[in-house]
Each structure stands twice: as C-alpha cells, then as structure tokens.
Design a protein around this ligand. Structure first.
Ligand SMILES: Cc1cc2nc3c(=O)[nH]c(=O)nc-3n(C[C@H](O)[C@H](O)[C@H](O)COP(=O)(O)OP(=O)(O)OC[C@H]3O[C@@H](n4cnc5c(N)ncnc54)[C@H](O)[C@@H]3O)c2cc1C
Length: 236
C-alpha cells in the first residue's frame, strides 16, 4: 500500500493497526536510525524479520522490518527497527519525526517468514535491508553477509557486526556490491554456497541474480529476492 486514498488507509489501519510507543531512538552509524518501540503484538506475536507498515502520511504507507524482538524492563515486548535514512521521502521523514515517548500506530499482521533455500547462504543488500539481513542471518555461521552502506557508516557498523562485510558505496546504488560479488565468484570465495537472499535496491538485485545464475550456476529457485526500493520510484 505505498499510496492509497485516506479512506482505504483508515480501513487497513483499523484492521491491522497496533498501538505503539517509541522507547528509544539512536543513530548507530551515519545514515541509520534505530528505533525501539513497545507495540501491541499482532496474532502470533512479534518475530525478527516481521514486516510492518507505517502510515507515513494519510495517503502513503511505507514498509519496514523488525530487526529484533526483546523484553522491556517492565516485562512487555519491544521491537527494534533499523532504518536507512538515505531517502528523503515520507517514510524517512516519519522516522525522523518520532520522539522518545511519542505514541503512534504500526500496521502488522501475522508473521510470514522469508522463504530461504539451502544452508550455506549468501545474503546481499544495502542499508535498507541491514535490519532484515541481521534478523535472518545472525545465527547462520556458514553464511556470508555483504552489505553496501555509506562510506562513513562502514567503521561503526563493522565494530558492531564484525562477521558481516560492509562495503563502502561508490558510484551508483549496487555498484560496490556488484564489484565485490563478481570478484568473490571469480576467486571461488562463494563457490560452496547453496542459497542466496538478495534484498534492497530492485535494479541491483537483478544484476546480482544474473551473476549467481550465470557464473555461479546457482539455480533460480535457490535465490530469494525482495526489492525494498527502486530508482525512479517512491515507495514499493
Ligand atoms: C518489505 C519491505 C521491508 C522494508 N524494510 C525496511 C527496513 O527495515 N529498513 C529500511 O530502512 N527500509 C526498509 N524498506 C524500505 C522502506 O520502505 C522505504 O523504501 C524507505 O524508507 C524509503 O522511504 P521514503 O518514503 O523515505 O522514500 P520514497 O518516497 O520511497 O523514495 C524517495 C526517493 O528516494 C529513493 N530511495 C528510496 N529508498 C532509498 C534508499 N534506501 N537509498 C537511496 N535512495 C532511496 C527513491 O528511489 C525515491 O527516488 C522496506 C521495504 C519493503 C518493501
């Protein structure tokens, strides 16, 4: 529901809205905002990787992902969302506007996990996908995780997640990741992998999938893709 008449948005909100309150907001690295919210759980409870929606304006929704689920000091559930702030659209503005203590509404249904394949996986994405990649890959030691982020964020994010490779964004979106991927395939660094998860920038995902199918000969069914944003489009 990137864009819908306000009346439709109201209906969706009345069916899926969960009252929420911002408990904490921090900037873990330049270009990122991490929000911790107490939010009434949807049927089945909150899960890492859970998709949520926010009504950024009465007519515009944006989707985000729960990176982690924890428990507050008072024993209630809290969820963490990691947002990239490179875009300047209504979703990013909504994130920036929230203040600790603010009450809001997030939209969520029952959790539907990403369908992943294989056991030794390659996870690729950009800053918008870091929260999801962490939710999916944090326990899989056999996996390789590579994330393209703004240059100034590489240091702080590497300190926090030393197992993930953070690549400094250069040129067009996805270029740094593409260069790394082509090199990793050429060097045999990823040849034992049997599955892949590609998230984030739509046009970059297409290029990455081509390398994995054509050069690494990974079957298309072994590759999970989910675009989060696209050049030339607002919302997705
Ligand atoms: C299922 C799903 C889960 C998602 N989970 C997350 C998440 O956990 N964290 C997160 O940060 N985002 C996530 N996204 C992306 C998020 O919904 C928004 O696309 C993003 O916040 C930008 O929204 P916006 O309204 O600020 O910009 P938009 O109005 O969507 O776009 C404004 C302009 O910015 C460009 N743009 C959009 N995103 C980016 C970007 N990341 N970098 C550079 N340019 C951009 C667009 O091409 C457009 O030109 C998810 C998307 C989907 C579909």
């Amino acid at each position: 529901m990137p864009r819908a008449p306000a009346v439709i948005g109201n209906l969706v909100e009345s069916a899926m809205g969960r009252p929420a309150q911002l408990l904490d907001a921090r900037e873990p690295a330049p270009g990122f905002l991490e929000l911790e919210l107490h939010a009434e759980p949807p049927p089945g409870g909150w899960h890492p990787g859970h998709e949520i929606q926010i009504r950024a304006t009465p007519t515009q929704g944006r989707r985000y992902t729960v990176r982690a689920v924890g428990v507050t000091d008072s024993g209630s559930e809290r969820i963490t969302v990691l947002a990239a702030t490179d875009a300047d659209g209504p979703g990013t503005m909504w994130m920036r506007r929230l203040r600790v203590g603010s009450r809001t509404t997030v939209l969520a249904g029952r959790h539907r996990p990403l369908r992943e394949h294989g056991s030794r996986r390659l996870y690729l994405g950009d800053g918008s996908a870091l929260g999801t990649l962490d939710a999916c890959a944090r326990d899989g030691n056999a996996s390789i995780v590579a994330v393209e982020v703004p240059a100034e964020a590489v240091g702080p994010l590497t300190d926090r997640w030393p197992r993930y490779r953070f690549l400094s964004a250069t040129g067009a979106p996805g270029d740094a990741l593409q260069t790394w991927l082509e090199q990793a395939v050429g060097d045999g660094e990823v040849e034992t992998l049997d599955g892949a998860v590609l998230l984030g920038h739509a046009q970059s995902i297409q290029r990455q999938r081509r390398v994995l199918t054509d050069s690494l000969h990974l079957p298309r069914q072994a590759i999970t893709t989910k675009p989060y944003w696209a050049t030339g489009r607002a919302g997705l």
